[in-house]
Design a protein around this ligand. Structure first.
Ligand code: IVH
Length: 674
């Protein structure tokens, strides 16, 4: 029997506690799991059993305490031994420059070494350890007094309950933030939805709501994480760190999670470069950040610079443009899409968010408006992250005016007055006007001209509006009849741009069958399906007469897509437009219909992730598509294979979770050969 299994329950419990915490640390802090879940559960249960039979062996730092004890009547107040101050903000390079100048002048130095870190968008907390054991955790509160949330923090899996390493100080207060990883937040909201409970607006609110629970068993079920960024009270450590960056290393050594993205830089140029780098990769981080923090690295220099009012002079937060902002809903209108889809849109009081002024935000569909209960007059949180279209995240209920009007889906299309219909089992309402509806005609034309369809450069929204509104163009085929004269009469159309546009239209006559099919804008036929159809049928005429059974022979074409295609070609005016386009000289090389493919790739869905050693993503995609396979952007139950290279992240994790076959590049190459 190994010594760890010795009969003495006290030493067995001590062994299990150390072992479980070691696995916790590997899993939650180092992101490198060491044992299978079932084995972990076995150790955990064994410890629970020992503690149940020997209650005297239950300790405050036991991992069994992470599942949460009895609810509290209220939070106790805690006075912080060292106040938890805040940071001043810089919103521009100029303000960063001023910060660097103040530090240089204050220290009489030419150049300063800085420690840079992400600015976590979570909640500030402090953790107190005495003789290496976690004894108390508190929120920031007003900076001097916070709330005792020890019972909840014990449940946060990556907070060490006992410090590791052998240079553990007598007293240590660690400062950091509690947050929720984006992927955990998405999953939590999915659960909330399934159980019919309220969803959280963003990871920060979810983290805040979870931490401020009187019942720690609720917190224990919420996937909170902690990241350390500094210390409060600290008794002597030897050797004493000279730099903040060394202190962070020490914290990591004692078992605390610290940001992988922290970095040491020199001078203003180093600061601004760090800001750019982190800003560019912001979406790739697993958690939300709202900026970066610069700290003078040498601790003696920090002390020399000191504090002004309630913020240090030696550190500053350089904020990113906020991705969320508050504004009010002035109206809820509907927009008509290419396939007639009616999308409710919130018209907003202009608000600066994500670096631009936003006046509209999508509400997706009627069910979404109901679910979020957005009403005219409401104050809402609007989010614009990266290039994603702005959306209404949530309503601020306490700011609702008494007479806030509920949204009513109109019965008639606001553009063409045709009836709006919504099939029982669908989320989307549609205008029944088809190409009679100018809005749909405009969208159809824009889609036809788009880069991945016929690729007519210069045919933008403003121009399409004029062409349709003045009835110069009714169908895509009319584009090929346009002359210089008709175009030159349009508003803001210089002769040069008119002739450029004509040249682009001319060039588009020569295309591929896949592009042409995609350009037709058949409902449910995206770029990938268009490629599948082109490959399968080889010539357009075969596709046009294919019945439902023939269409379903195509990989990934099911009954719904087949019905859309058949319905499209059954419409007389669609066939007419196709004939007109061909008569106008639009052409493509027609090939032989593909033999029903037999390769191992055919009909399979792949997801590519990470960097492959040899192939570029594009090349891998082409190899798959040539063999009749499909490449999807995200992993789901329908994914057949995930091809993973280095630095594969969440997609790989998802594939593991769903049990999808994972291939490295050489296994993928082998599959290609089969
Ligand atoms: S250092 C003396 N570093 O930002 C203050 N703060 O206004 C030292 N925060 O709520 C703070 N990430 O919790 C520091 N890497 C980081 C941070 C960070 C987020 C928060 C902090 C506080 C606010 C400061």
């Amino acid at each position: 029997m190994p010594p760890s299994s010795a009969g003495d329950p006290a030493s067995r419990a001590a062994f299990l506690r150390a072992e479980i915490e070691r696995h916790n640390h590997a899993y939650y802090v180092l992101d490198a799991p060491t044992i299978p879940d079932a084995e972990y559960d076995r150790l955990f249960r064994e410890l629970q059993e020992i503690e149940a039979t020997h209650p005297d062996l239950r300790t405050a730092d036991s991992p069994t305490q992470r599942i949460g004890g009895a609810p509290l009547p209220e939070f106790r107040q805690v006075r912080h031994a060292v106040p938890m101050l805040s940071l001043n903000n810089a919103f521009s390079a100029e303000e960063t420059e001023a910060f660097d100048r103040r530090c240089r002048e204050g220290l009489g130095k030419e150049n300063i070494d800085y420690a840079c870190e992400p600015k976590y968008d979570g909640l500030a907390i402090t953790l107190r350890y005495e003789q290496g054991v976690f004894v108390q955790g508190a929120t920031r509160g007003d900076g001097f007094t916070g709330e005792d949330v020890t019972h909840n923090l014990r449940t946060v899996r990556n907070i060490p309950l006992r410090l590791t390493g052998n240079d553990v100080p007598d007293v240590l207060e660690v400062r950091g933030e509690v947050l929720m990883l984006r992927r955990d937040f998405e999953r939590l909201n999915e659960h909330q939805r399934e159980r019919g409970e309220k969803e959280f607006a963003n990871p920060r609110n979810a983290a805040a709501g979870s931490l401020r629970q009187l019942d720690p068993r609720i917190t224990a079920r919420r996937p909170l994480r902690f990241f350390a960024y500094g210390v409060g009270e600290l008794s002597a450590v030897s050797p004493a760190p000279t730099f903040h960056s060394e202190m962070m290393e020490k914290l990591a050594g004692w078992g605390f999670p610290v940001a992988k993205e922290r970095d040491g830089v020199r001078g203003l140029a180093g600061l601004l470069d760090y800001y750019e780098r982190i800003g560019a990769d912001r979406r790739k981080l697993p958690y939300d950040i709202d900026g970066v923090v610069y700290k003078v690295d040498r601790i003696a220099d920090q002390e020399m610079l000191g504090f002004v009012s309630r913020a240090p002079r030696f550190a500053i937060a350089h904020k990113f443009p906020a991705e969320e902002a508050l504004t009010t809903v002035e109206a809820i209108d509907v927009q008509v899409g290419r396939t007639g889809a009616i999308t409710p849109v919130a018209r907003l009081a202009p608000v600066f968010v994500g670096g631009v002024t936003v006046t509209n935000a999508t509400l997706h569909n009627e069910d979404e408006v109901r679910r979020k209960d957005v009403r005219v007059g409401d104050t809402v949180i609007v989010r614009r992250a990266g290039d994603v279209i702005p959306e209404v995240v949530a309503v601020v209920p306490e700011r609702r005016p008494i007479l806030a009007a509920e949204f009513v889906m109109p019965k008639l299309c606001p553009v063409c007055d045709s009836a709006i219909e919504k099939p029982e089992d669908e989320a989307i309402a549609r205008c029944t006007g088809g190409l009679f509806c100018p809005a749909q005609r405009k969208q159809a034309l824009l889609h036809f001209a788009s880069r991945r369809a016929m690729d007519i450069e210069g045919l933008g929204e403003k121009l399409v509006d004029q062409l349709i509104d003045n009835a110069i163009v009714k169908t895509p085929a009319d584009l090929y009849k346009l002359g210089l004269l008709a175009l030159a009469n349009l508003e803001r159309m210089a002769e040069k741009s008119a002739s450029n546009l004509l040249a682009a239209i001319e060039k588009s006559r020569q295309t591929t069958l896949a592009r042409f099919i995609f350009a037709l804008g058949i409902r449910n036929v995206g770029e990938a399906t268009a490629k599948d159809l082109a490959r399968h049928f080889g010539v357009l005429d075969k596709l046009m007469v294919a019945d439902l059974a023939a269409l379903q022979q195509v990989p990934d074409v099911g009954p719904v897509v087949a019905a859309s295609i058949a319905r499209f070609f059954a419409e007389h005016h669609n066939v007419e437009v196709i004939e007109q386009l061909r008569a106008a000289g639009v052409h493509w090389p027609e090939g032989e219909p593909a033999a029903v493919a037999t390769s191992a790739i055919s009909g399979k869905t792949f997801v590519l992730t990470g960097t492959l050693p040899i192939l570029t993503r594009e090349a891998a995609k082409e190899l798959i598509e040539k063999r009749g396979g499909k490449v999807a952007a995200s992993v789901s139950k329908k994914t057949d294979y995930v091809v993973a290279g280095t630095e594969a992240g969440s997609k790989l994790a998802k594939a593991q979770e769903l049990g999808v076959t994972i291939l490295d590049e050489s296994q993928f190459m082998e599959l290609l050969e089969q």
